[in-house]
Design a binder for this molecule. Structure first.
Ligand SMILES: *Cc1c(COP(=O)(O)O)cnc(C)c1O
Length: 371
């Protein structure tokens, strides 16, 4: 039987083959590689998709988050609240501006941060909170934004896994001061390499980020720089690829939702518990389930040619790079890290592929587990 890949970028790109070939042809014909219409067009399209006034293309998702914090003036002496169950980049962005990540635990059902977790961690040094929309689910932003307003905190959304996810009628990236997106190839909207974007309604923040990401250049000058910036631009080629793939994103997300419904049905009787339950509005970047014999099940699936992964095996507060070695521990995230398993999830998941994954899991519990 053929293998079932964890992601299948080839199948997605095959659907847009002619359009993507045209992107490369145009790049070769015009030699326009930095800035220009391709970047501006994608930025407007992405700002519109997120319901924001501005989108600024940057080099990757980590830079997007860092540039928001930097432009907002977060730096040394400040604390930024970060859910410990996230990709390490969320914490790296905080460290990169010289601020200190303050890790908090997550909700046991969604494995997302909530306003209550943030409320328990706020102190006089807290400057901002990173609302991480993990696995394609969205944080409950209403109570979090209210809490942040009461305490004067900035809310930065890490929407790297949540392109066009919705909750309570709001799209990911539209609730906080600003949001960072990643267009890493495996994300729901992925480039042909690294890429990222910031979205915001704040004109001044947008202008500052645009300038920092482009060598501190004064807008519409060539060699006038009013501060020391850096180079973190989105390539024109990547912007053109992203503009092309954006035309399919809503459909691809809907196909992920369909796959999630098939999974929920096929796994209902098995000793694995799906994390995400907002089947209509999550965008299922990952399809994560929990099960006690996680490591043995992962080995079983790998042996059966089924791509699976762990997101993430070590919570940030236990990473060598960030562990302080003190504190009471974050028990929900620590327990989850030993039980979570990400099953194959992408727009080319068919009902038959989902059934084969479920059959392999059923086979594990019937014949292998506990023997
Ligand atoms: C992918 C990801 C990032 C970082 O994006 P890069 O483009 O890889 O720098 C940040 N946060 C989360 C939650 C991610 O999944």
């Amino acid at each position: 039987m053929s293998a079932i890949p964890f992601v299948d970028l080839g199948a997605m790109h095959a659907e847009l083959r002619d359009e993507l070939d045209e992107v490369w042809a145009r790049a070769v014909d015009t030699s326009g590689f930095i800035g220009g219409a391709a970047v501006a067009d994608f930025e407007s399209a992405w700002a519109a998709a997120c319901g924001r006034r501005h989108a600024i293309g940057v080099a990757n998702g980590t830079d997007a988050l860092e540039l928001v914090l930097r432009a907002a003036g977060v730096g040394p002496g400040d604390e930024v609240i970060v859910p410990t169950n996230t990709f390490v980049a969320t914490a790296e962005a905080v460290a990169a501006v010289g601020a200190t990540p303050c890790f908090v635990d997550v909700d046991p059902d969604t494995l997302l941060v909530t306003a209550d977790h943030v409320a328990a961690a706020v102190n006089e040094r807290t400057a901002a909170v990173m609302a991480v929309h993990l696995y394609g689910q969205m944080v409950d932003m209403g109570p979090l934004v209210d809490l942040a307003e009461r305490h004067g905190l900035l809310v930065v959304e890490d929407a790297a896994q949540a392109h066009l996810a919705e909750r309570d009628g709001r799209v990911a990236g539209s609730s906080g001061l600003a949001a960072g997106f990643s267009f890493y190839p495996g994300k729901n909207l992925g480039a042909f390499g690294d890429g990222g974007a910031v979205v915001t309604d704040d004109d001044e923040l947008a202008a500052t980020i645009r300038s920092i990401a482009d060598h501190g250049r004064v807008a519409s000058t060539k060699y006038l720089h009013d501060h020391a910036g850096r180079n973190s631009r989105l390539d024109a080629l990547q912007a053109a690829v992203l503009g092309c793939k954006l035309t399919k994103l809503a459909e691809w997300n809907e196909r992920r939702r369909q796959a999630a419904r098939w999974y929920a049905e096929a796994l209902a009787e098995l000793a694995v518990e799906p994390i995400s339950r907002n089947a209509g509005t999550d965008v299922h970047h990952l399809y994560v389930v929990r099960t006690a014999p996680r490591d043995a099940l992962l080995d079983h699936l790998s042996a059966a040619g089924i791509g699976a992964g762990i997101h993430y095996p070590v919570p940030c507060h236990q990473q060598p790079a960030f562990a302080t070695g003190v504190g009471p521990g974050l028990p929900v995230a620590e327990a989850a890290a030993g039980e979570i398993l990400s099953l194959p999830m992408h727009p080319a998941m068919t009902e038959e592929r989902v059934a084969r994954v479920a059959d392999a899991i059923a086979d594990f519990f019937a014949h292998h587990h506990g023997r």
